[in-house]
Design a binder for this molecule. Structure first.
Ligand SMILES: [Zn+2]
Length: 69
C-alpha cells in the first residue's frame, strides 16, 4: 500500500472534488487539523488529520520536489 506523506505547501488531489470543479488543494496549515485551500476558488477548509488522510487521493506536487525519497 502506498504511503501518504505530505507537508505544508503541497498540492494534493482529493478523492472528492470541490463543488467548483477543482480537486487540487494546497495544504496551508498543518496540525491536529489540516487546512487546505482549493486552488480553483481559493476557498479553504479545516478538516481533522484522520479525515484528510482518508479523503486525500495523492500528492500532486510536493514543495520538496520529486516524491518517493
Ligand atoms: Zn473550489
Amino acid at each position: 500500500m502506498e504511503r501518504k506523506t505530505f507537508q505544508l505547501g503541497d498540492i494534493v488531489q482529493m478523492k472528492k472534488q470541490h463543488p467548483c470543479g477543482t480537486n487540487e488543494m494546497e495544504i496551508i496549515r498543518m496540525g491536529m487539523d489540516i487546512r487546505i485551500k482549493c486552488t480553483g476558488c481559493q476557498h479553504s477548509v479545516l478538516i481533522p488529520r484522520a479525515k484528510f488522510e482518508k479523503n486525500m487521493k495523492k500528492v500532486l506536487r510536493s514543495v520538496e520536489g520529486p516524491l518517493g525519497q
